[in-house]
Design a protein around this ligand. Structure first.
Ligand SMILES: NC(=O)CC[C@H](N)C(=O)O
Length: 190
């Protein structure tokens, strides 16, 4: 049995818990403190608003301890805002947060909320079937070092990537019925 935490300071927490509840051999925990995070085998940083989540992490003095846990190998998956939190650099922004993945991320890379969209992509590492992708005021990875494995591109922009125990998606698998990214995280990354 693997225990997956979802960082529950802000954002799409319930949706990830719901998706994970459909998998076998997984229990979920909405985590709000570093002590709770130390109890899980893997952590999801959900979508939401990266500035708000970053401020909350800072306010609750969780930024440095979480950064250390990730550096020590805690498996993490950042979706959308979570992907922004994981990036070493955020394009056109001075502050970045967990500085864990060797990526430069562009926030709101597709424009405003109204430019949210859905598409499908074939991502062989994740699933043999095409995967539906939901982008909501999404970021993309502008550039990544060669130790970052690019999993998917949409319109030639990197939208899913993995670096060792860290997974990042610009889109929201928890808002679709496709469980392949959740399964991949739990089985292959954690
Ligand atoms: N769906 C999302 O997580 C959107 C991310 C948001 N636009 C941000 O910059 O944090």
């Amino acid at each position: 049995m693997k225990r997956i935490g979802i960082l529950a300071l802000q954002g799409a927490v319930a949706e990830h818990m719901h998706a994970l509840s459909k998998l076998q051999n997984v229990t979920t925990l909405a985590v709000k403190t570093i002590d709770e995070i130390k109890e899980v085998d893997g952590l999801i940083l959900p979508g939401g608003e990266s500035t708000a989540m970053g401020k909350l992490l800072d306010y609750f003095q969780m930024l440095e301890p979480l950064k250390n846990l990730i550096n020590q190998g805690l498996p993490v998956w950042g979706t959308c805002a979570g992907m922004i939190l994981l990036a070493k650099e955020i394009s056109a922004q001075e502050t970045s947060y967990l500085q864990a993945m060797d990526t430069v991320v562009k926030r709101n890379g597709y424009g405003s909320q109204l430019d949210s969209f859905q598409t499908t992509a074939s991502i062989p590492e994740i699933s043999t079937a095409p995967i539906p992708l939901t982008f909501i005021r999404a970021p993309y990875i502008e550039s990544a070092k060669e130790n970052v494995k690019v999993l998917a591109k949409v319109d030639n922009k990197i939208v899913a990537a993995q670096q060792d125990h860290m997974l990042a998606t610009a889109f929201h698998p928890e808002l679709t019925n496709d469980l392949s990214f959740h399964r991949y995280f739990v089985e292959k990354v954690v």
